[in-house]
Design a protein around this ligand. Sequence first.
Ligand SMILES: Nc1ncnc2c1ncn2[C@@H]1O[C@H](COP(=O)(O)OP(=O)(O)OP(=O)(O)O)[C@@H](O)[C@H]1O
Length: 651
Amino acid sequence: MAKEQHEFQAETKQLLDLMVHSIYTNHEIFLRELISNASDAIDKVHFEALTNRDLLEGDESYEIFLVPDKESHTLTISDNGIGMNLEEVIENIGTIAKSGTKAFLEKLKEAKESDASVSDKDMIGQFGVGFYSAFMVADRVVITTRKAGEKQAVRWESDGSGSFTTEECEKEKRGTSITLFLGKDFYGDSTEENYEDQYTLERLVKKYSDYVRYPIKMNWESEEMPRDKDGKIIPDSKPEKKVEIRTLNSMQPLWTKGKSDITQDEYNEFYKNQFHDWENPMEIFHVNAEGAVEFTALMFIPENAPFNLYHADFEPGLQLYSRHVFIMDKCKDLLPDYLRFVKGLVDSPDLSLNISRELLQQSRELKVIGKNLEKTILKTLAKQLEKEREKYEKFWAQFGKSLKIGVYGSIYSGGDTKDKLKDLLLFETSKEGKLTSLKEYKERMPESQKKIFYATGKDKAIIDELPQMELLREKGLEVLYLTDPVDEFCIEALHEYDGKEFQSISRGELDLGDAESEQEKKETENIAKENGDLMKDIKEALGDKVGEVKVSSRLKSSAVCLVASAEGPSLSMEQTFSDMDNPMFKAKRILEINPKHDLFGRLQQLHDAGKDSQEFKDYCDMLYTQALLIEGIMPDDPVAFANKVAKLMAK
Ligand SMILES: Nc1ncnc2c1ncn2[C@@H]1O[C@H](COP(=O)(O)OP(=O)(O)OP(=O)(O)O)[C@@H](O)[C@H]1O
């Protein structure tokens, strides 16, 4: 096959451009990234060889080799891992499959558009770029790779601009060799970032890749004075060059060390290296358990939620080891889905090495371990909420959504998830602009208050403006602000907290539970009776836009509001369903009119003058459209509304 030229995918070009223009100043991490890819590739061949030994072609000593070359100013990183064939090189290296990457690039663009002071550097730190980081230090990169079990090797080459080439080549050993043609700032004794220098490479391997489970080797050059047979240095002789193969990393898995022997830095470096993150973790769990099942687990909560956490392509799960030997990546059967953001590994002598995924799912050991880990994480979070509020709120900002989805999901999965999570939930509230837990809300409830009130809206400011809020504010009743679409689904799933039901201020009857409200309710009922015809005729004028028109007892100074019936979804749930292309879930809309507003008198007048008049019909329509706008819902025909308002203004 002749040499072929390929264009990088648009997103890849963008990412490469960011890399080449050195937005990330910590260039040295390229080595960690390439070593960790090499280690992953060895994991893969190791795993596949469990069922197909032929893949190894007799070469079972897994290793990663670094070859710096001062003549050509190159650094080559070789592994005898799984390797890639032509299709895989093009697919894996030329395109970015992860939708998270695309989301990241979009987010970067948006952030820069809305705030010019945001630099690429601020953003890139939140994101791993893997192989492409090679272009931070190299002007040109050549990959030669041969897939285990296949004969044909491939040579891939690119200078990191718009394109790359591929051609067939020979390669004796399976696996991948990546040669970096170092840029002029990255070799020679005059720079600290001298990546052809063995001492620099040794330091970086120790710093970033010490726990990689395979030996990272290098030809180590040294000079020694010649000695005589008694071991004495021969006087006036010249030093002799010596080359020996040296393993640079200790390879001792961190989790096998005693907790007290591990420093915070060691945990952090291990995490970043093993789980491809650029930032230290927010929380670390190191669990050693003996008993029914023996295991060690090392788990981490990242500092930031990955951009694709809720995308279909996000793969949650922990790594599994048995007696320090890797069994599998991303085992989903250990932790519940609401902890999908937790990264980590479990090492247990009670797990079998050759177990298939299917059998593993049913394994009793795995269930025991999973339960233990879930409990550990939840206990730590609960303690943090109580004792380290600020830290918990930081966690909540990143991963709270996951817990809320977990509560909602428990409607379908059954089980006790919602009970486990209900005390970990936080909501914004009308009190003091702080986040509140349900327990704290309940403790503040006056005795007369029977229900926990909540309001939904895009943000706090919009909810504050809702006409329904006015009455509750006046009565000093606290309201939870549900600003995330998943919030209301979560509250629905909970149904009640510690004996107190939830009550939306925009759904069903609003029972404030005080004597005054009772009195107001009676008055409203009387007004409703007296104005039965008016309500009926407004409903008739609006047709099926609304399910019902009522006299309201929940409004103070606003003329109207739109609420949903207690049965069926709320207006904001309807919106969420429609955003998810599920438009059949419709709220039953109830238009409520304030009898104390001057407009009510005007409506009565128009109605008395003739319910079939165009003016009465226009008023009904304008009232309804106003109520829609207050809810943040765009009317079907905004032009007609504007025209009616203009006509009225001109009068
Ligand atoms: N040494 C290697 N041997 C075999 N395949 C490799 C090697 N290096 C990279 N690859 C393939 O190329 C893909 C892309 O690598 P890249 O480093 O860009 O991302 P990643 O490792 O998947 O993700 P990240 O590093 O961000 O966690 C890998 O998933 C792997 O399939």
